[in-house]
Design a protein around this ligand. Structure first.
Ligand SMILES: Cc1ncc(COP(=O)(O)O)c(C=O)c1O
Length: 355
């Protein structure tokens, strides 16, 4: 099927694994489920082993807000993946939306733009209970350096904050930026890390990810966060389906790891085409090097107007920067997740539009 082409190696491996799973003699549900989940956790541990010896729990990644409750304050990068703010609103952590500044009250928006190297000026950020931090960041594509993450860990430690670190795009990192917050000494006492197969193996829809909650991470009364996390996971989520688990196992086999690298490599080539397109037209672009996203600057322009212009005149879909927070004004995010011929055609049309 042509629409699957870029993910073919991963999908073939997953299809084989799922077929194998269906052949397993079904003595009882329990016997079938338990070994798969245990093996998957062990494989993820091995995959992360150099960085994290204690993987405590495996779970879907969007339940942190339930863990923390409505009576906490949060900080997010601005711009950032909208789920952090949206889940905070749903949990009732925020005050009303303030139209004039396009922000929810009671959320700390940490500005991340070209002027500060896409890393917040922590000296001006007030203390919050939770800090959501994504690196490489969606939408800017910026990956935080070791030095920056060291500062973030110290900031969290000094303030008694918990970092929820989203490493969904870590495999796209090409330079020496850390791929995990746990590469930073002391991070185990202040951070939870969440990751996903979505961007490495086309799992969006299938949905499988993992969360690392170190045993060393304690609430201020000394209670391990991992214990509460386990309780929440067991209450809200009965575990990933066998099919998803079999797919995850296939991805972590030697062939699967190679297939995921190939998928990531393919999208990084797309990124290069997009960067070349916009830079040849005289635009400043950011991100791209460590992420499947190109963050294109249209100084002084409204990001929705730029989005509409590109959509209506070139029939190309981008994402308006302000969809990710007020800090995205003047930018659009261009995604490299596409078929090569579509990327090339989009590049041709963009060159026509902005020549
Ligand atoms: C930063 C970030 N985290 C998490 C996700 C979601 O991953 P999943 O499909 O595993 O829910 C996305 C998807 O766009 C993302 O951009």
């Amino acid at each position: 099927m042509p629409w699957q082409r870029e993910h073919m190696p991963c999908q073939q491996l997953m299809a084989t694994a799922v077929m194998e799973l269906s052949k397993v003699k079904r003595n009882s549900e329990q016997q079938l489920l338990q070994p798969t989940m245990r093996t998957l956790v062990l494989k993820i541990q091995t995959y992360l082993s150099l960085m994290v010896p204690n993987v405590t729990y495996l779970a879907c990644s969007s339940i942190f807000q339930v863990l923390f409750g409505s009576n906490v304050t949060i900080a997010v990068q601005d711009p950032s993946y909208p789920a952090y703010v949206d889940s905070s609103v749903i949990m009732g952590q925020t005050d009303l939306y303030q139209q004039d500044v396009q922000k929810y009250g009671n959320i700390e928006y940490m500005r991340c733009g070209p002027e500060n190297g896409f890393f917040p000026d922590l000296s001006t950020v007030p203390r919050t209970d939770i800090i959501f931090f994504c690196s490489p960041n969606n939408p800017t594509g910026a990956a935080a350096s070791r030095d920056q993450l060291t500062k973030l860990v110290k900031f969290a430690k000094d303030n008694g904050s918990i970092i929820v670190y989203d490493s969904a795009y870590a495999m796209y990192i090409s330079d020496d930026s850390p791929k995990s917050i746990f590469e930073i000494p002391g991070a185990k006492e202040v951070a939870i890390e969440t990751a996903s197969f979505s961007k490495y193996a086309g799992f969006t829809g299938v949905r499988l990810g993992w969360t690392v909650v170190p045993k060393e991470l304690l609430f201020s009364d000394g209670h391990p966060v991992a214990k509460d996390f386990n309780r929440i996971v067991c209450t809200c989520f009965n575990g990933a389906s066998n099919i998803a688990q079999a797919g995850g196992l296939a991805c972590l086999s030697p062939d699967g790891l190679k297939a995921m690298q190939d998928v990531v490599g393919f999208y990084k080539e797309n990124t290069e085409i997009i960067v070349e397109t916009f830079t040849s037209l005289g635009f400043n672009v950011y991100g791209a090097k460590n992420a499947p996203y190109v963050w294109v600057h249209f100084p002084g322009r409204n990001s929705w107007d730029v989005f509409a212009e590109i959509l209506e005149k070139a029939n190309v879909v981008t994402t308006p920067g302000t969809g990710f927070g007020p800090g995205g004004e003047g930018f659009v995010r261009v995604s490299a997740f596409g078929h090569r011929e579509n990327i090339i055609e989009a590049a041709r049309r963009l060159k026509q539009l902005y020549k």
